[in-house]
Ligand binder design. Structure first.
Ligand code: MRU
Length: 323
């Protein structure tokens, strides 16, 4: 049984699956304007780079349909979260269509449909990496819930599962918001894919035991030199994978390549509120907390990029296309 869609446009209305409450409560929220969409992005109602881009595109469409100022809607949406390049990419694309007198509802629907096609292509290009009886490991949620459908890191898994290939996935819980435990384990389980939840610190240990054959993660941005910006903890995972000689793959659609930004060091890394760390654990009041939401994995630690255009060992020369 597949999980519900993260973003749904139906009869001219926008609905987002509220990912904060998953998997305990499965509910949708209707969004009425760009401001509400920006708040939903900031508060992680919708999250995951491609899904953020799709939601922002619909936010722009809502503003256009209401006759609102598109530049101001764009500014509000762009301020929601800084790291995932898909947000700026989608907003820029919508502004360009608006400037040419185009239909922004149609354009948002096109971005949504293109994302689904890109995820399927990623699945096709990465499927052969999953050998029978392989043990995979993934971090955060780069699954169906983070995109339109199928996911990026999970797309090769879903297609391999469809073909009847037996394999198993270790799922990092992904502190502090637990996208791995709450979202990835939930959606893989719902699809009947064999998976085991681990705490983030267990990944290197399992690699040391020879129990991980392959790591596949998603990304919020790949810079011109191939650096990968993704959920906090990805860099440690990539370093551990390199040391243990475990292949480390990054799955991403064209919309996640940012050829205008030279390296990962040039990307704004979002720092989120301390309460995300402290909400569920007893922490003495005087303790200082930092909560960087993403980190940078140097290109040299990446074995390959599984993209909608093919599988590449080098990300240079990629761009987002379409804008
Ligand atoms: O903070 P989040 O949940 O938006 O972070 C999501 C990730 O880091 C994903 O790995 C990334 O956006 C890729 S989603 C296909």
């Amino acid at each position: 049984m597949p999980v519900p869609k993260s973003v749904r446009w139906h009869d001219g209305r926008l609905w987002l699956l509220d990912q904060r409450a998953l998997p305990d409560v499965v509910s949708e929220i209707e969004l009425h304007d760009a401001g509400e969409v920006a708040v939903a992005i900031r508060d992680l109602v919708v999250r995951g780079a491609p899904a953020i881009g799709i939601a922002a595109a619909y936010g722009m469409a809502l503003a256009w349909r209401a006759g609102e100022d598109l530049d101001s809607a764009a500014k509000t949406l762009l301020a929601a979260r800084p790291t995932a390049v898909n947000l700026a990419w989608a907003v820029r694309r919508m502004l360009a269509v608006g400037a040419n007198g185009g239909d922004l509802v149609e354009e948002a629907r096109t971005i949504h449909a293109e994302d689904a096609a890109m995820c399927r292509a990623i699945g096709r290009h990465g499927g052969h990496l999953i050998a029978p009886d392989a043990n995979l490991l993934t971090h955060c949620n780069a699954g169906a819930l983070a995109v339109s459908e199928l996911g990026t890191a999970t797309a090769p898994m879903y297609l391999a599962h469809e073909r009847g290939v037996p394999f198993h996935v270790f799922v990092d819980e992904t502190r502090p918001v637990l996208q791995g435990a709450r979202l990835t384990a939930w959606e893989l389980g719902a699809a009947g894919i064999d998976c085991t939840l681990i705490c983030d610190g267990a990944a290197a240990h399992l690699m040391g035991l020879g129990q991980v054959d392959l790591v596949i993660v998603g990304t919020d941005r790949v810079t011109a030199n191939g650096d990968v910006v993704n959920k906090i903890g990805t860099r440690a995972l990539a370093i551990a994978a390199k040391w243990h000689d475990v292949p480390f793959y990054v799955a991403c659609p064209a919309s996640t390549f940012d050829s205008a930004t030279p390296t990962g060091a040039d990307v704004a890394i979002e720092e989120r509120g301390a309460e995300e760390l402290t909400a569920s654990i007893p922490v003495p009041a005087q303790v200082r907390v930092r909560n960087p939401a993403f980190d940078v994995t140097p290109a040299e630690l990446v074995t390959g990029y599984i993209t909608d255009r093919g599988l590449f060992d080098d990300a240079t020369g990629f761009d987002q296309g379409g804008v």
